[in-house]
Design a protein around this ligand. Structure first.
Ligand SMILES: Cc1cc2nc3c(=O)[nH]c(=O)nc-3n(C[C@H](O)[C@H](O)[C@H](O)COP(=O)(O)OP(=O)(O)OC[C@H]3O[C@@H](n4cnc5c(N)ncnc54)[C@H](O)[C@@H]3O)c2cc1C
Length: 443
């Protein structure tokens, strides 16, 4: 859908779009006409990275597999994200060790590295053309204190977990990023980049080629258990399945109330600029890395894979907002980092809903006979893919399906039903604190 400029003066490109930049000019894979079967081995709810990677495993393992998607396949975050791949585990080793013991903590943290390594292997093995690159990440310090903390953390990561990380002092920052607003940062050479929608389309083709059936525009309305089967009620009728995998992440609803009480839906917002001069992109992103910063309400950005545009993302309002409103705010933040972009116009402004959890960990398991994997806390490109794949292996009864996340308690809070009433106040406070810290650091 395209819209004319409504707010923010002349920062909008003509006919800017409120859908993901990644979908521009992409033709969805050919989908065979499928009617709802009466019975299958496995039903998967959701057609993003979690659902499709699970489907590839179960279909290849010889199980009749049906993926049901409420909208068009890939409608959720998996075609809208920043395409940045990290090691995806937010809590530090020490924090996890305090909660779960040292061995479990090491095992959980290792899964982050395993997911990153595995996604590269899947993309190569299945010939998925999605601009995957070991680009490296520059994680920029918003204050000198944040730089010192990053330096301590990087040292620990190298020493305790063998994760490569180097500090880049402010004096050398321009070699990584064309700005002086940061106080240096950490470089993670293994972190990677891809085109998220091309990746989702590649997974969809791979799942179809493996024999999975994928039905769009088919919301699942109810899941109930009868004897050894699940009865899955959809807008097109009912299908029986031995196994059901719920892969709805930030779009989890009252269909699965137990999971809904455990994930916190949060909007994340992105803009893309219109094409920019090559020498400008070369100056701003000389090493073509993905970038994030140490603000509590993080900004993440990068050049497009063809190095013609900048994609700039973050959370720019306390409450959920419209992409007409988030666009100008992100533009202003982008210009704060790169004043040279003040004349750059927005060609796309979009958002999607991620799922946070109360312990900042992803969760996977089986509740009342229904399998699930979700709660990637905004870092799901590799982790959703990996846990989806492992869930598929579990359904096949394979020992390698086990992960360090299995059987972790999946916390909720009293009276929480899936509507994060506490979020606006928390985001407002953290954004205010980030801004204050930045201003103090700038003197
Ligand atoms: C703006 C943005 C930027 C991001 N940037 C990054 C990044 O740079 N790096 C990173 O690692 N992660 C990032 N993420 C997070 C990442 O995209 C997600 O973690 C990941 O895509 C989750 O995949 P998924 O398959 O679990 O869920 P999704 O891709 O969201 O798919 C869930 C699907 O379930 C469907 N569904 C829900 N209910 C039903 C129902 N009842 N019946 C049928 N279907 C249903 C929905 O329609 C949806 O299509 C970002 C997310 C957003 C929104």
């Amino acid at each position: 859908m395209t819209k004319n400029s409504q707010t923010g003066g002349d920062i909008w490109g003509r006919n800017w779009s409120d859908t993901s930049y990644w979908l521009d000019g992409l033709t969805p894979p050919n989908m065979p006409e499928t009617s709802l079967p009466r019975e299958v081995d496995v039903v998967i709810v959701g057609s993003g990275y979690t659902g499709l990677n699970a489907a590839i495993e179960t279909a290849r393992g010889g199980r009749s597999t049906l993926v049901l998607e409420a909208e068009t396949p890939g409608w959720g975050c998996s075609t809208r994200n920043g395409g940045q791949i990290s090691t995806s585990i937010k809590p530090s080793l020490d924090k996890l060790a305090a909660r779960h013991g040292r061995d479990r903590a090491v095992a959980i943290r290792s899964e982050g590295c395993a997911a990153l390594k595995w996604i590269e292997e899947r993309i190569k093995a299945d010939g998925i053309n999605c601009d995957f690159r070991r680009a490296g990440r520059f994680h920029a310090a918003h204050t000198p204190a944040a730089f010192e903390e990053l330096a301590r953390d990087s040292e620990k990561l190298r020493r305790d977990e063998g994760i490569e990380a180097h500090m880049i002092p402010r004096a050398e920052q321009r070699g990584e990023l064309g700005t002086d607003v940061y106080h240096g940062g950490a470089l993670f050479p293994a972190h990677s980049a891809l085109n998220p929608a091309l990746y989702q389309h590649g997974l969809l083709k791979t799942a179809l080629a493996a024999g999975a059936q994928v039905l769009g525009q088919t919301p699942v309305l109810a899941i109930s258990r009868s004897a050894a089967r699940h009865e899955v009620t959809t807008a097109r009728g009912t299908v029986l399945a031995r196994d059901v995998i719920v892969a709805t992440n930030g779009y989890t609803t009252a269909l699965t109330p137990w999971q809904q009480r455990r994930v916190i839906p949060i909007g994340s917002y992105v803009i893309a600029t219109e094409p920019l001069a090559k020498d400008l992109i070369d100056r701003l992103f000389p090493t073509d890395r993905v970038v994030s910063d140490t603000c509590k309400v993080v900004y993440y950005y990068r050049a497009s894979p063809d190095r013609t545009r900048i994609l700039f993302g973050g959370r720019v309002s306390a409450t959920e907002t419209d992409t007409h409103v988030s666009g100008p705010r992100l533009h202003a933040d982008m210009c704060r980092v790169f004043p040279e972009l003040s004349a750059a116009k927005i060609s796309h402004s979009w958002m999607g809903t991620v799922a946070y959890t109360f312990d900042e960990l992803a969760h996977t398991g089986t509740h009342e006979g229904v399998h699930y994997a979700m709660g990637y806390c905004g870092s799901g490109v590799s982790m959703a893919s990996y846990l989806g794949m492992r869930m598929g292996q579990k359904v096949l009864g394979l020992a390698e399906g086990r992960t360090a996340f299995d059987d972790l308690p999946f916390p909720t809070r009293p009276f929480y039903t899936g509507r994060p009433w506490f979020l606006p106040a928390a985001v407002a406070w953290y954004r205010w604190r980030d801004t204050r810290q930045r201003q103090q650091a700038a003197g």
